[in-house]
Structure formats: structure tokens, C-alpha cells
Design a binder for this molecule. Structure first.
Ligand SMILES: Nc1ncnc2c1ncn2[C@@H]1O[C@H](COP(=O)(O)OP(=O)(O)OP(=O)(O)O)[C@@H](O)[C@H]1O
Ligand SMILES: [Mg+2]
Length: 260
């Protein structure tokens, strides 16, 4: 489903990602762990074309979406469509405060459909479909009684679940999470992790940056441990978290020993 080849990225000549390569099968979940500043967010931003890698390739389902050596693969006008392969859920939920939960989930799909041929003729039907799907997604997120609420009327955990529904509404091939529970209290963390776990059970392909080690071990298929912009260790989730081979991974994980 996803192949990342030799990605490099520097900011002001400071390397932040160095020779990052990994691949992900359809239906697999990959957890990325690592200390602050190790490059996890930058890597996700590269996948979503929010940053442009200096070197490397990003391939989704055999299609090269990005190749740093091929200028034609990085045309601004194509980036928006390419970005649709990836859904993104951030640490801060970034919902639109002036819209209800339901409207937040529908909005991006509405904008997307507006740009397609035949939209005007079928507007009513398309909008009805989008609404039905958005309601189904919110229902799946356990929010059927919160659809008409505005973000400020929702708990952090509920807002994050709306953000997940919103990302799913665009039907991404790969859903990326950047520390989706870091802004949440422990009890709200649990409800969001439960939703991500159920997506894993439904074989959603996911890349999850997380500090929840037990969650990574139990839900992810693969784990990547990053330090200072390099992949220090990658492999089977349980193997990496319970029996790391590298000293740097052991040191990092020892800080979480109470929670695993
Ligand atoms: N736009 C930018 N300009 C310059 N430096 C940046 C930029 N974005 C990130 N960096 C630097 O790149 C490095 C990696 O940052 P990144 O946010 O990817 O780390 P992270 O692993 O996500 O950390 P955290 O766990 O704190 O979220 C850091 O040293 C950061 O200061
Ligand atoms: Mg980060």
C-alpha cells in the first residue's frame, strides 16, 4: 500500500530526516515512536505533502506520488489530489469552531465533490449521500447523539473522534495520526484509542505517531523507533517494544516501563 524510499529532509541545512525507508501492507498499522524532536511529525508532514522531502520517493499502491528527482511528480496542482491518499489527524483537533460536528465531517467532502464534473446536476443527491455517510461515520465513532453540537460543546475526546470521522469521510488509503491522544486526559485517551483500535480491526491502513507504548504494542503490526532523524529500529510491534535489539531503543522504552 505504501512505500517510502530514502526520504531526506533538512531545515536550514540541519538534517531532520535521514534516509528514511519503510513499507506498509494494506490493512496494516504502523506505529512510529521516538523522543521529542526525532522527526516523527516531519515524516508525517512529508507523507501528506505539507513538507517537501529533499530526497526520496513516496509510492502508494504502485503509483509514485512523489519523487524528489522528478520535478513532474511535484506539481502544485496535483498535490491536492495526491494528498487525498492520506488522511491526517493531528494532536490538536483543528475542528472549525463555527460548524457543528456533522458539518465538520461533511465540509471537506462537499468541497471535493464541488470540483468534480456533473456536480451541479446532481448536487442534491450528492449532498444527501455525503450527509448519510457523515452520520454513519459519527455513529461509528460513538457520537450519534452529538452530531449537532459545536466543538466547544464537546469534550477533547469527542472532538478528536469528530476529527477522525472527518478524515475518514475523504476515504483515504492511509490514515495518519500525529499523537492523537497527547492533548487528552487519560480517560478521554482511552475512548480515542478504542476507536483507533476498532479501525485497525477493520483493516484500515494506518500510520500512528504515539507515546502510548502498550497501545503501539497491541494494535500496531510494525513499530519504527526514530532518534535524531534516523530509524534506529523497525520490526514487529511486540518484538520492538518487548525485546528491542538496539541500546538506544531500550533506553527510550525504559522511560515508559510503568505503562507497558
Ligand atoms: N518548519 C521547520 N523549520 C525548522 N525546523 C523545523 C521545522 N519543523 C521541524 N523542525 C525541526 O525538526 C526537528 C524534528 O521535529 P519534529 O516536529 O518532526 O519532531 P517530533 O519527533 O515530531 O517531536 P515531538 O515528539 O516533540 O512532536 C526538530 O529539531 C524541529 O525543531
Ligand atoms: Mg511531533
Amino acid at each position: 500500500m505504501l512505500e517510502v524510499q530514502n526520504i531526506e529532509k533538512s531545515f536550514d541545512r540541519t538534517p531532520v530526516l535521514k534516509d528514511i525507508s519503510f513499507s506498509l501492507e494494506k490493512g496494516q498499522a504502523l506505529a512510529i515512536i521516538g523522543s521529542s524532536g526525532s522527526g516523527k511529525t516531519t515524516l508525517l508532514r512529508c507523507l501528506n505533502f505539507l513538507e517537501r522531502p529533499d530526497k526520496g520517493k513516496i509510492i502508494v499502491q504502485g503509483e509514485t506520488l512523489f519523487d524528489a528527482q522528478d520535478a513532474s511528480s511535484i506539481k502544485e496542482k496535483d498535490i491536492r489530489m495526491k494528498r487525498l491518499h492520506f488522511g491526517m489527524v493531528f494532536q490538536a483537533f483543528h475542528l472549525f469552531p463555527q460548524y457543528t460536528a456533522l458539518q465538520n465531517v461533511m465540509l471537506a467532502r462537499q468541497l471535493l465533490e464541488k470540483g468534480k464534473p456533473g456536480f451541479k446536476e446532481n448536487k442534491k443527491k450528492i449532498y444527501e449521500e455525503i450527509e448519510t455517510e457523515a452520520k454513519e461515520l459519527l455513529d461509528k465513532m460513538g457520537l450519534s447523539d452529538r452530531m449537532e453540537h459545536y466543538p466547544h460543546q464537546l469534550s477533547g475526546g469527542q472532538q478528536q473522534r469528530v476529527a477522525i470521522a472527518r478524515a475518514l469521510a475523504l476515504k483515504p488509503d492511509i490514515l495518519c495520526f500525529d499523537e492523537p491522544t497527547s492533548a487528552l486526559d487519560p480517560e478521554l485517551t482511552g475512548e480515542v484509542l478504542k476507536v483507533i483500535r476498532s479501525l485497525a480491526d477493520q483493516n484500515m491502513t494506518m500510520v500512528i505517531v504515539t507515546h502510548e507504548m502498550a497501545f503501539a504494542r497491541d494494535v500496531a503490526d510494525q513499530v519504527i523507533f526514530m532518534d535524531s532523524g534516523v530509524i534506529v529500529e523497525q520490526g514487529d510491534a511486540r518484538q520492538v517494544i518487548e525485546n528491542p535489539q538496539e541500546e538506544r531503543t531500550r533506553q527510550f522504552l525504559s522511560r515508559f516501563s510503568q505503562t507497558v
